[in-house]
Design a binder for this molecule. Structure first.
Ligand code: THU
Ligand code: ZN
Length: 307
């Protein structure tokens, strides 16, 4: 499924046909802008909320639910053809889109879930806390574990299609979380890993900045990736999980940002990974494998040092 910057106007109309005509027009004027990157500013959210007439919280919930088909239009699902969309509202009042991404030819473990995509998108836009999360399908166990890594996760208002709103803590009872491993850090609250890298390459320094604010409190293995295309530069930060397996690699993070920005994976012209040579977790081999499947570009790996 092509996301809406690549949708025909008929397909875009289909995604918002369930909304009132003035709201449809308002939405089109925002999402058709060339600089729209799957994020609505708080001012844009306010203009959209003006079309609703219930209480403030109910309006926000309904708006998030109403935007799900647009988020689904970003889904890349060549294996399942199951298009999952996620819409999150941050504490800042901004709204973000996310969608699943599947990679045909590799293991299913490389799949990005819509919830991981929307969290990565919000983190990229400096959001530190989510207050609402609307999804087209119930979040799977893996996603519930991933969400549980967030600051204030328990209070997130979860809106599953055709279900009443639920507090996140109620859909993950008796949870295993970072505090079980004695960790107080939380995902989306970017750390400042003190790292340096001897390289004059601008792309490498960007990858270093991604590694510097990556989240790996369990393995202490920070890593970051920078991808270049003719249209832009995209960063990916490692997002670790206390239960290990639901972690998201820096390459997956960078691909999410690239795709949600309306860019094409096939246009990647260079890619740099920065990690520490002595780290217990290395992204190098797995990232090379994923990148070689989706692009002709070879991943350059550079080793940083601790300051
Ligand atoms: N999927 C999600 O994106 N989120 C969930 O929590 C449920 C499953 C995706 C993963 C895969 O691309 C497809 O749906 C089938 O499982
Ligand atoms: Zn999931």
């Amino acid at each position: 499924m092509a996301h809406f910057t690549k949708l025909s106007s008929e397909q875009l109309t289909d995604c918002i046909a369930h909304l009132s005509t003035p709201l449809q027009q308002q939405l089109k004027s925002i999402v058709c802008r060339v600089d729209f990157k799957a994020c609505f500013t708080s001012e844009q959210v306010q203009t959209l909320l003006a079309h609703y007439s219930a209480s403030d919280k109910a309006n926000k919930q309904q708006l998030c639910r109403d935007l799900i088909p647009l988020a689904q239009s970003y889904s890349l699902a060549p294996i399942s053809s199951f298009y999952v969309g996620a819409v999150a509202m941050g504490e800042s009042g901004k709204i973000y889109f996310g969608a699943n991404m599947e990679f045909k030819g590799l293991t299913l473990a490389q799949t990005v879930h819509a919830e991981q995509s929307v969290i990565t998108n919000a983190w990229r836009h400096q959001e530190t806390k989510l207050v609402m999360l609307a999804v087209s399908a119930p979040p799977c166990g893996h996603c519930r574990q991933f969400i549980n890594e967030l600051n204030g996760a328990g209070d997130i208002d979860v809106l599953i299609t055709k279900q009443p709103s639920t507090r996140f803590a109620d859909i993950l009872p008796m949870a295993f979380g970072p505090s079980d491993l004695g960790i107080s850090a939380r995902l989306m609250v970017s750390p400042d890993n003190q790292l340096t890298l001897k390289s004059d390459s601008v792309l490498a320094q960007h990858a270093l900045s991604a590694a510097t604010s990556s989240y790996s409190p369990f393995s202490l293995s920070p890593s970051g990736i920078a991808l270049q295309t003719p249209n832009g530069l995209y960063l990916g930060r490692y997002a670790e999980n206390c239960a290990y397996n639901p972690s998201l690699s820096p390459l997956q993070g960078a691909l999410i940002s690239l795709h949600l920005s309306g860019d094409s994976i096939s246009d990647i012209s260079s890619a740099v990974l920065v990690e520490h040579k002595e780290s217990k977790v290395s992204q190098e081999k797995t990232s090379k494998q994923l990148l070689s499947l989706i692009s002709d570009v070879t991943l350059e790996t550079l080793h940083c040092s601790v300051k």
